[in-house]
Design a protein around this ligand. Structure first.
Ligand SMILES: Cc1cc2nc3c(=O)[nH]c(=O)nc-3n(C[C@H](O)[C@H](O)[C@H](O)COP(=O)(O)OP(=O)(O)OC[C@H]3O[C@@H](n4cnc5c(N)ncnc54)[C@H](O)[C@@H]3O)c2cc1C
Ligand SMILES: NC(=O)C1=CN([C@@H]2O[C@H](COP(=O)(O)OP(=O)(O)OC[C@H]3O[C@@H](n4cnc5c(N)ncnc54)[C@H](O)[C@@H]3O)[C@@H](O)[C@H]2O)C=CC1
Length: 444
């Protein structure tokens, strides 16, 4: 029997705790979290703010009681302040100031990430909002009740920014989205695809301020405008969504870090200190598309890395299969999905990649209803011909197709293997000649 302490009990921590508690009886399991809630699905934030769901209740899948019912001891609103890696003790402090000291045999760090906050003038003005926690969503919804909030500026046109831009338009606000890059979603898609999302945002009335760098915010107490290098934008509320950074202060000088400060872990989620694991947004992943360690903050990675660390901390060897960073977004019915490398990213990394594109209807033309166009790009290595990435977009739900590409990258499948791959056909779903195979056949 060993004593396992988990620090952070959101998606990664909860996955680790559930795996330990469900599969390995008899361990002493203790977890600390500085927040007052567990397992808030940030992915539901835009749906909640945009009134596409009736409330936040369904956005939680765990809590202190559930985990304690399985035998863990959970301290909420109790941040861990320090870890003695030599003596193997964590020191935490509750809301009431009470100190807690827990020894450990195995330690799992699941301290996640925090939004990046630029050090610019005006960042502390009222109504400049971060969007990470359940409480942040509550704050935004509360503020939106104030009818004098008419203009909302979203800084960052990545996944959070684009989702929230839609939500604010749905709330009847005038929305401007700013990104320092010339387009939106540039971290996930090539230009042909980002152009589609750009046009989608524009068609729904979102003002685009791409290729602009925010220099400061102005207002008397409450934010009134955002000043960029190219102009200024009226703002009653500003949403900062320019990415996450790993929250790794507890590593001190003890744990080896990745270039962005994430805990560097091996395929067993173990850090540079034996018996100390790190999972989720505070840790690195092994990225199969580049065959290197990388940092990709996603709930899907958090959950899987939690499961891997849990088994290893309990003595069962389980190696991670790595990730491809597979992801998706759905904005006013335009679905976009990507996995692995875009052509742009491959070029930046000096990888000799090529891409094949194909556009078709999802189903045979004689299917007159619910039969939308699909656009696909497959990126592959010119020399080895191994699939490195894929991007897909449609108003049809094409999400299951992307999973195959995620597996193809993981298993190093070549583009040639996809040319005649057995893909079932039924007109209710697809065409006899699949656009996946037809795209692959374009690879010379
Ligand atoms: C608006 C939004 C939408 C998103 N949508 C998606 C999506 O659709 N799909 C997807 O895959 N991902 C999505 N993500 C990303 C996803 O939420 C994160 O990748 C995920 O939350 C990571 O989980 P985690 O448990 O590793 O870290 P976190 O969620 O950051 O949790 C870390 C936990 O550690 C606790 N903690 C930190 N420091 C301490 C300490 N010193 N002591 C005690 N406790 C501590 C925190 O209180 C927190 O509960 C979204 C994120 C946001 C904000
Ligand atoms: N659908 C999904 O899977 C979702 C995933 N997430 C994940 O959560 C994490 C955080 O999301 P985001 O904050 O949206 O990060 P992101 O990495 O998706 O986007 C950040 C955007 O901010 C821009 N940017 C960076 N610095 C800037 C600056 N100083 N000024 C203006 N623009 C700047 C970048 O060009 C980029 O477009 C990501 O890892 C993301 O993948 C978040 C929401 C939904």
């Amino acid at each position: 029997m060993s004593k396992i302490v988990v620090i952070g009990a959101n998606h990664a921590g909860t996955a680790a705790l559930n795996t330990i508690l469900d599969n390995y009886k008899g361990n002493e399991v203790v977890a600390f979290d500085s927040n007052s809630n567990i397992s808030f699905l940030g992915c539901g934030m835009a749906l909640w703010i945009g009134k596409q769901i009736s409330g936040p209740e369904g956005l939680f899948y765990s809590n202190k009681e559930k985990l304690e019912g399985k035998g863990a001891r959970i301290y909420m609103e109790t941040p861990v302040e320090d870890i003695d890696y030599e003596k193997k003790v964590v020191h935490a402090r509750g809301k009431d100031g009470k100190e807690y000291h827990e020894s450990f045999d195995k330690l799992i760090l699941a301290t996640g990430s925090v939004p990046i906050v630029p050090k610019i003038e005006g960042i502390d003005l009222k109504n400049v909002q971060l969007v990470k926690l359940y409480q942040n969503a509550e704050e935004v919804i509360e503020k939106l009740k104030d009818e004098s909030i008419k203009d909302v500026v979203v800084v960052g046109a990545g996944y959070i920014g684009v989702e929230l831009a839609e939500a604010f338009v749905r709330c009847g606000k005038e929305v401007t989205i700013i990104d320092c890059v010339e387009t939106c979603l540039s971290g996930y898609y090539d230009k042909d695809f980002t152009d589609i999302m750009r046009d989608n945002l524009k068609a729904h009335g979102v003002k685009l301020a791409f290729g602009e760098t925010v220099q400061k915010m102005e207002g008397s107490g409450r934010v009134e405008k955002v000043i960029t290098d190219k102009g200024e934008h009226k703002a009653d509320m500003v949403i900062m969504a320019i990415g996450f950074r790993p929250n790794t202060a507890l590593g001190g000088n003890h744990l080896e870090l990745f270039r962005n400060g994430a805990f560097l872990v091996d395929k067993y989620q173990e850090t540079s200190v034996k018996g100390v694991y790190a999972i989720g947004d505070c840790a690195t992943v092994y990225d199969n598309s580049v065959q290197e360690v990388n940092y990709i903050a996603l709930a899907s990675n958090a959950v899987r890395s939690g499961i891997v660390a849990a088994h290893n901390s309990c003595g069962k060897d389980l190696e991670s299969v790595g990730v491809q960073g597979s992801n998706g977004i759905s904005i006013w019915g335009v679905n976009m999905l990507s996995t692995g490398l875009t052509l742009t990213k491959a070029a930046k990394l000096g990888i000799q990649a090529a891409a094949v594109d194909y556009e078709d209807l999802q189903k045979p033309a004689f299917i007159e209803k619910n039969n939308q166009k699909v656009k696909i790009r497959i990126v592959y290595d010119k020399e080895s011909r191994v699939v490195l990435g894929a991007q897909m977009t449609s108003e049809y739900d094409i999400s299951m197709g992307l999973h195959m590409f995620s597996l193809a990258i993981q298993e190093k499948v070549t583009i040639d293997k996809l040319k005649l791959v057995d893909l079932f056909f039924l007109p209710h779903f697809n065409q006899p000649y699949s656009y996946i195979a037809l795209a692959a056949q374009k690879a010379e």
